[in-house]
Write a protein that binds this ligand. Structure first.
Ligand code: NAD
Ligand code: IPM
Ligand code: MG
Length: 355
């Protein structure tokens, strides 16, 4: 069996962490009787530089026929000045939309050895084990938007948080099913005290909960949720929310595990899966070779699990990461004072040594 995986390294630390991911993927499938063909394409700022557009046609064609897509990160100050549709991030949004990956799964689990890097008290940090299900192809990211000038010549701008019933239902279904396979608790996060889109979201959660009597459902307003994630994150099992809220809450949750460099993600729809660490292109450390590759490597585990259905190989990757961390392997973001600091490549070698 041969699979085609499209690699989109992107910008900043993207190429470094995806190089690590590919090495781990290739090692993880050795002896499995399968072959993976990796094909690299342009997305983001590097694509703007080479082709004048963040999501070139060649990349569009390649991803649509792939078995899975791995992405590093896009963006950086160099391209921040461009018009909205010509920014690197616009390429990423178009990619998500084209693949129809409406459910973004972001597991948040602290490794016991990294508890010291977490701002939480030890006993709380140890108990953090959350899956965030973030709606990924709707909401304010994709609603009607405009910039203009009013009659007096003053500037205005708006973005619309639009959700159809179907968009809400399908991501909730993923969330309910995820909860069912875990501790059977679903927290739906919204802003139903203000937003109509949130009131519809809450209504649909209520309706669907009848089909999942084994799942306990609770509703939480997003501002309170942001607080609870810091004060008692151990109460959460599966957390489901709309696109923008999920973006913000997942970066917040990442800090609980010690570093944003640790968190992987899988973006799933009806077809091709997209796998990327949740962090960005980290312009402040780009080119230094010190980025933490573990979020990208753990995304490979999700790819093996969800796109290739190789659960044993996925577990082996996760165990290799856990072993490296247990053994004291630390990139700069994870290291305490006096601890030996590994480069991206050295950390990758440490993970590979356990595979
Ligand atoms: N999926 C993506 O492609 C993606 C995600 C988030 C942000 N971005 C883009 O990335 C650019 C930079 O955004 P930002 O600075 O707000 O967020 P960021 O995630 O790139 O960086 C935030 C902080 O975390 C650190 N960090 C991030 N990943 C790390 C890693 N693997 N190892 C060690 N440290 C790491 C950075 O050094 C920085 O201090 C922006 O253009 C943004 O739009 C892209
Ligand atoms: C770069 C940006 C468009 C993206 C998002 O907001 O979805 C990023 O922050 C993420 O979390 O993947
Ligand atoms: Mg984000």
């Amino acid at each position: 069996m041969t699979y085609r995986v499209v690699l989109l390294p992107g910008d900043g630390i993207g190429p470094d962490v995806t190089a690590a991911a590919v090495k781990v993927l290739e090692r993880a499938i050795t002896g499995q009787g399968i072959e993976i063909k990796i094909e690299s394409h342009l997305l983001g700022g590097c694509a703007i530089d080479e082709t004048g557009t963040p999501f070139p046609e060649k990349t569009q064609e390649a991803v649509q026929t792939a078995d899975a897509v791995i992405l590093g990160a896009v963006g950086g100050p160099k391209w921040d000045v461009g018009p909205g549709h010509l920014r690197p991030e616009a390429g990423l949004l178009a990619l998500r939309r084209l693949l129809g990956v409406y459910a973004n799964i972001r597991p948040v689990k602290a490794f016991p050895e990294l508890i010291d890097a977490s701002p939480l008290r030890k006993e709380i940090a140890q108990a953090v084990d959350i899956v965030i299900v973030r709606e990924l192809t709707g909401g304010a990211y994709f609603g009607k938007r405009e910039r203009g000038r009013d009659e007096a010549g003053a500037r205005f701008a708006y973005d619309t948080m639009y959700y159809s019933e179907e968009e809400i239902r399908r991501v909730l279904q993923t969330a309910f099913e995820t909860a069912r396979l875990r501790r059977k608790k679903l927290t739906s996060v919204d802003k139903a005290n203000v937003l109509d889109s949130s009131r519809l979201w809450r209504e649909i959660v209520q309706e669907m909960s009848a089909q999942y009597p084994d799942v306990t459902v609770e509703h939480l307003l997003v501002d309170a949720c942001a607080m609870h994630l810091v004060t008692h994150p151990q109460v959460f099992d599966v957390l489901v929310t709309e696109n923008l809220f999920g973006d913000i809450l997942s970066d917040e949750s990442a800090v609980l595990t010690g570093s944003i460099g640790m968190l992987p993600s899988a973006s799933l729809g009806q077809g091709i899966g997209l796998y990327e660490p949740i962090h960005g292109s980290a312009p402040d450390i780009a080119g230094l070779g010190i980025a933490n590759p573990l979020g990208a490597i753990l995304s490979v585990a999700l790819l093996l699990r969800y796109s290739l259905h190789l659960e044993a190989a996925a577990l082996r990757v996760e165990q290799a990461v856990a072993s490296a961390v247990r053994d004291g392997a630390r990139t700069k973001d994870l290291a305490r004072q006096g601890e030996n600091v590994l480069t991206t490549e050295q950390m990758t070698e440490r993970v590979l040594s356990y595979l």
